[in-house]
Design a protein around this ligand. Structure first.
Ligand SMILES: Nc1nc2c(ncn2[C@@H]2O[C@H](COP(=O)(O)OP(=O)(O)OP(=O)(O)O)[C@@H](O)[C@H]2O)c(=O)[nH]1
Ligand SMILES: [Mg+2]
Length: 152
């Protein structure tokens, strides 16, 4: 099986909504209670990001993933620990989410926060409205496609 996409970030940032949009599942999104594995993705509860003592859960779960999306909610931009993305084994892409409702300042603050986290590549999207998703999806496919057949 090819490595999964892993999605992490603060509570309510829109991680599960983003996964549903990327897979076109159409299923209603509920609060993520625990780390959830599907064929395509690893969804994580925001609490694993909000509580630093739980970072090990994210770091461990990422080991067998092919790509990590680090999601920032542009309506409530929060800082990430410096270099946070660099402790993950797979490559990390930054996602600025909720651009359908966020202002320019929020988007810029998210962009800066992701940069501090050590993320080089950033996509601005709306998991709910669909903006930017095709481009993000294309990049995900490119990276995960390259992982196919790899032993992780
Ligand atoms: N306007 C807007 N709302 C969004 C977007 N993405 C998610 N939301 C809303 O944000 C809320 C939280 O979305 P979730 O997908 O549950 O967030 P999460 O990051 O998975 O949250 P946890 O599982 O608690 O960590 C829901 O009410 C979503 O409808 C978006 O792109 N735009
Ligand atoms: Mg969730």
């Amino acid at each position: 099986m090819r490595p999964r996409l892993m999605v992490m970030g603060p509570t309510g940032a829109g991680k599960s909504t983003l996964i549903a949009a990327l897979t076109g599942s159409g299923e209603p999104v509920r609060k993520t209670e625990h780390v959830t594995f599907s064929d395509y993705a690893v969804d994580t509860p925001g609490e694993t990001f909000d509580m630093p003592r739980l970072y090990f859960v994210l770091i461990n779960s990422a080991v067998k993933s092919g790509l990590v999306l680090l999601v920032s909610d542009a309506t409530r931009p929060r800082s990430f620990p410096g270099g946070f993305a660099k402790v993950m084994k797979p490559p990390v892409i930054g996602v600025i989410n909720k651009v359908d409702v966020a202002g320019a300042t929020g988007i810029e603050m998210s962009r800066r926060a992701l940069k501090v986290a050590g993320v080089k590549e950033v996509f601005a999207v709306s998991g709910r409205g669909g903006q930017g998703l095709e481009e993000l999806k294309g990049r995900i496919e490119e990276i995960l496609g390259r992982c196919s057949g790899n032993e992780w």
